[in-house]
Design a binder for this molecule. Structure first.
Ligand code: FAD
Length: 443
């Protein structure tokens, strides 16, 4: 065997497919009974519910754009997937749960733009020991706004880090969202995101139900142990999530050097969970992409996304990130649903019907993820992401969203990291077009 790939998420599948296209013998070991990892489409109800990733965060300059076109995957424009304040119709409710009119909405989005401009300057002047919270406070102080106006933007910043990083604003480094710009429209997948990893895995040697417990490297290559089998190869590419590495679920022998172990310890693994509610009837505005509750009334639930176009049923999606994301994992489904309904009824009144179905994720306690995605914690930097990739002793490589500093926490970041790892293992460039060579477009 030339290469063993650990993990059949988008990073692992991308690397394996490129190596296979270059004529290398590759085996992929995956602990779950499915490929895709944090891309996971639930079709138990007869339509697609994406419990992991939903969006392509920006079509421009994104390798996913060509890939999903080549595979013929249906997409739908939905450009509010990165916690934007405006840009698309959003039904914004103020602290007293009154709908903002057009003027008030314009003023709100302008306020976020003004504060963001100042925030960029304060972030640029910040070091790695400074938090996003500190930088945001300096930016807000510089606006000279009265407390309520500043508080609305402050709450927005808190929620933005909870969603984009899965962590509290005080835990996240000032520079954590530097890479967060979205270029072009965003889209989601009515047919489910998992079509992507499933199609890319076609024809590869993927062994499901194989939990890797140890990686041993020597002068001649590597040995990889699962619970009841061992595999040997010249290279190993480990793509398990950062949470799994932090927990020490895989034993590395010899121990990982500081150049890799340091970033694993310093970077943060955030928690971001989804709650989908399917309703018998639609009770919210027809043309709003999202509903947003501002200020203190937006704790703990503040944003609902109309994903009816994906399922063809009246459906809202809301998120729980950071500490609240971890807290809901300890609650029953009934407790979570009733808590979300309480907030919706605060806005739309008691006529909000009881949902006919719900889907709630718990990524933080999933032993094969132990979190949703990585973030630049206070004391770490984007360079830590890339340093994590290795290689170690020329034989041990890492890939996955946490190893891609320019766009961590995304599907395209994970994909690019898999591409980089394949090129390093091959020792020569290979085009991403090799991923879909000879494949037919079909959804
Ligand atoms: C709720 C949620 C929403 C998201 N939304 C978006 C979005 O809209 N857009 C976007 O771009 N990104 C989004 N992301 C992030 C995106 O899903 C990830 O960045 C990306 O899918 C990670 O791919 P990966 O290959 O790095 O890791 P993974 O997909 O996690 O793959 C790693 C694989 O390793 C396996 N594994 C773990 N331990 C072992 C072991 N010991 N032995 C063998 N196998 C093991 C896992 O089962 C998994 O299949 C979201 C993530 C979550 C959780």
């Amino acid at each position: 065997m030339d290469t063993i790939v650990v993990g059949a998420g988008i990073a692992g599948i991308t690397a394996a497919r490129l190596l296979h296209a270059a004529g290398r013998r590759v085996v992929v070991l995956e602990a779950r009974d499915r490929v895709g990892g944090r891309i996971w489409t639930d079709r138990t109800a007869g339509f697609s519910v994406d419990r992991g990733a939903s969006w392509i965060h920006g079509l421009t300059g994104n390798p996913l754009t060509e890939l999903v076109t080549a595979l013929g995957m249906r997409t739908r424009e939905f450009t509010v997937g990165s916690f934007q304040a405006g840009g698309r119709p959003i039904a914004d409710y103020d602290e007293s749960r009154r709908l903002l009119d057009d003027d008030a909405t314009r003023m709100w989005t302008t306020d976020v733009e003004t504060a963001d401009d100042r925030l960029q300057l304060t972030v640029a002047a910040s070091g790695p020991a400074e938090s996003y919270a500190t930088a945001a406070e300096r930016a807000l102080a510089a606006t000279g706004w009265e407390p309520e106006r500043a508080e609305r933007v402050r709450a927005f910043y808190r929620h933005r880090t909870e969603e984009q990083c899965g962590a509290e604003i005080e835990q996240v480094a000032a520079h954590a969202l530097d890479e967060d710009a979205v270029e072009g429209d965003e889209v989601i997948f009515p047919g489910g995101y998992d079509v992507l990893p499933r199609r890319l895995a076609e024809g590869l040697d993927v062994r499901l139900g194989k939990t890797v417990t140890a990686v041993i490297r020597s002068a001649t290559g590597v040995r990889v142990d699962t619970e009841n089998e061992s595999f040997e190869a010249a290279h190993v590419l480990v793509t398990v999530p950062l949470g799994v590495l932090k927990a020490g679920a895989i034993e590395f022998t010899p121990a990982l050097p500081d150049a890799v172990a340091g970033p694993i310890a310093r970077l943060g693994m955030g928690v971001f969970n989804k709650v989908f509610l399917q309703f018998p009837d639609r009770f919210w505005q027809d043309h709003a992409y999202a509903i947003r509750q501002h200020g203190r009334a937006g704790v703990p639930w503040h944003s609902w996304y109309d994903v009816s176009a994906v399922s063809g049923r009246p459906m809202l999606l809301t998120f729980a990130g950071g500490a609240w994301g971890r807290e809901i994992e300890q609650k029953t489904d009934e407790e979570v649903v009733s808590s979300v309904l309480g907030s919706l009824r605060g806005i739309y009144g008691d006529s909000v019907p009881t949902p006919v179905a719900h889907w709630i994720t718990r990524w933080g306690i999933d032993p094969l993820a132990l979190g949703s995605y990585s973030y630049v914690a206070v004391g770490s930097s984007h360079d830590d992401h890339d340093a994590m990739a290795g290689p170690v002793d020329g034989v041990l490589h890492f890939a996955g969203e946490a190893t891609w500093g320019r766009e961590p926490a995304t599907v395209h970041g994970a994909l690019r990291s898999g591409h980089r790892a394949a090129e390093r293992i091959l020792g020569s460039p290979i085009s991403l077009a090799e991923l879909t060579r000879g494949m037919n477009p079909s959804d």
